[in-house]
Design a protein around this ligand. Structure first.
Ligand code: NAD
Length: 503
């Protein structure tokens, strides 16, 4: 059965109106075969303004609903996601090219964040703070922020929305979502799933959750709208460089989740069997199209010859193929543009003295699909393309001999998302996790750079944008904080002993 028909059946099952994805001017393709699976109608810039006005009206109502009651909506969303897990996971695999297990894993992540947010809806705590004035009390309160605009990337087409939306809803905010133009169908499916939860919930205002279809111009209309209090944008650093200053210029708030150039360090004491498996998954999984994909590997001289030839063998033998029809571990690149970028980076690596293993196109599925053998590139130094993220399965491998120097090299790139060290030496481990160690938002020991759980705050530093989403106290980014001082005495003492008597 063609993927177009399969996608249509899944969209029908999930309750998406066919008018939303047929007959329009914006095609959507499956990277699995390159086949067209949808023809959507993009939203106009005027429609974006209307959508945001609608969300603003919803905010006035939703912010007054008690947070635990708002959590009930997210609980119902979690139930609906459980019921739709198979169908949505399959649709993710068709639209983003992920293996079935990764497609289902992405939906599981949505369910996990819903569970987290339900508990959070009863834990939006503020502090009570000691005051220097007698008969006074000082405290913090947290209030809903306003309309949250979510812009997402193709490679986590549904999870990123849920990380934002589940928190935004319990925090009292409506959400306007502009998914990647490469993965609009899964976004429509998420909205249909949420609509079922909203129908069961009953009391939510219209406009609490809306989806905008389109590319950068539609995203830009969202970014420039003064009624969007928070823009949570996930995508390339290139996109963040445009979006960040525009939102800052109107004093809006951003959560930027941008590119990564993640590295691992393999130390002399490392468990090499474990490192081999962790590096293989971290660097080749999802065909190198995770923001946390391992892209650089520093291997100590003393273990280089014991590890790298085995890694090269793994690269030569890993199965590349149609993720829907085979058990292949490496699926397709998203499109031709991604393939061209990969080839250009490999060419640049050769020019910089690198030895390239793999990287060629593989004939899978059809001419319109882009499958590649993952590439491992032995580099003499961290130069040229090694310094930047290429969103494809390329792992640059370099030797090191001095621990302090390798930490300097590790941190000497623009991005600061994820990092890991493989060592059984406590001093190396603790140094890597310390103030003079990894400068990334995620620093791991004896696991790879990818595969984060929702319980921790997710995000990175430097050119990764500094935003945090998901667990821990990331919810604070979706609320505004007020510091309140209450005088319950009969005096009016001023802070810092200031005197201002007017008798
Ligand atoms: P992309 O930057 O091309 O697009 C991301 C989104 O931004 C899309 O929805 C796109 O339409 C929108 N966009 C692009 N230009 C815009 C503009 N000027 N104004 C408003 N919106 C605009 O990224 P992609 O190719 O879809 O995804 C891959 C990139 O995303 C990689 O760099 C990857 O590392 C990054 N990523 C980061 C994270 C993270 O959490 N840090 C997660 C996933 C992906």
């Amino acid at each position: 059965m063609s993927l177009q028909i399969q996608a249509k059946q899944l969209l029908d099952d999930l309750g998406v109106d066919p008018a939303r994805y047929t007959g329009g001017a914006m095609p959507s393709y499956s990277p699995v075969t390159g086949e067209q699976i949808g023809a959507l109608t993009p939203d106009s810039v005027e429609a974006v303004a209307e959508t945001i006005a609608h969300a603003k009206a919803a905010f006035r109502v939703w912010r007054t609903v008690p947070a635990p009651k708002r959590g009930e909506l997210v609980r119902l969303l979690g139930e609906e996601l459980r019921a739709s897990k198979e169908a949505l996971g399959r649709l993710v695999s068709i639209e983003a090219g992920k293996s079935p297990s990764e497609g289902l894993g992405e939906v599981q992540e949505m369910i996990d964040i819903c569970d987290f947010a339900v508990g959070l809806s009863r834990q939006l705590y503020g502090l009570t703070i000691a005051t220097e004035r007698p008969g006074h009390r000082m405290m913090e309160t947290w209030h809903p922020l306003g309309v949250v605009g979510v812009i997402s990337a193709f490679n986590f087409p549904v999870a990123v929305w849920s990380w934002n939306a589940a928190l935004a809803f319990v925090c009292g905010n409506p959400v306007v979502w502009k998914p990647s133009e490469k993965t609009p169908l899964t976004a429509l499916a998420c909205q249909a799933i949420l609509d079922r939860a909203l129908a069961r919930f009953g009391a939510a205002p219209e406009g609490l959750s809306q989806v905008l279809i389109g590319g950068a111009e539609v995203g830009n209309a969202l970014v420039e709208n003064h009624d969007v209090a928070l823009v949570s944008a996930t995508g390339s650093t290139r996109m963040g460089r445009i979006v960040g200053p525009k939102v800052a210029a109107r004093f809006g708030r951003t959560i930027l989740e941008l590119g990564g150039n993640n590295a691992g360090i393999v130390c002399p004491s490392a468990d090499l069997d474990m490192a081999l498996r962790a590096v293989a998954f971290g660097a080749m999984g999802t065909a190198g199209q995770r923001c946390t994909t391992m892209r650089r590997l520093f291997v100590h001289d003393s273990v280089y010859d014991a590890l790298v030839p085995r890694l090269i063998k793994a690269y030569e033998s890993v199965s590349v193929g149609n993720p829907l029809e085979t058990q292949a571990l490496v699926g397709p690149l998203i499109d031709k543009q991604a393939f061209d970028a990969m080839q250009a980076a490999l060419e640049a690596a050769r020019a910089a003295g690198g030895t390239v293993h793999g990287g060629a196109r593989e004939a899978v599925a059809s001419n319109a699909a882009y499958y590649v053998r993952p590439a491992l590139v032995e580099m003499p130094a961290q130069t040229g393309p090694v310094l930047d993220e290429t969103f494809a399965p390329i792992l640059y491998v370099m030797r090191y001999s001095d621990f302090d120097a390798v930490i300097e090299d590790h941190n000497a790139v623009g991005a600061g998302l994820s990092s890991s060290i493989f060592t059984l030496d406590m001093r190396e481990m603790e140094t890597f996790l310390s103030a003079r160690g990894s400068d990334c938002g995620i620093a791991n020991v004896n696991i790879g750079t990818s595969g984060a759980e929702i319980g921790g705050a997710f995000g990175g530093e430097k050119e990764t944008g500094g935003g945090r989403e998901s667990g821990s106290d990331a919810w604070k980014g979706y609320m505004r904080r007020a510091t309140n001082t209450i005088n319950f005495s009969r005096e009016l003492p001023l802070a810092q002993g200031v005197v201002f008597d007017i008798d």
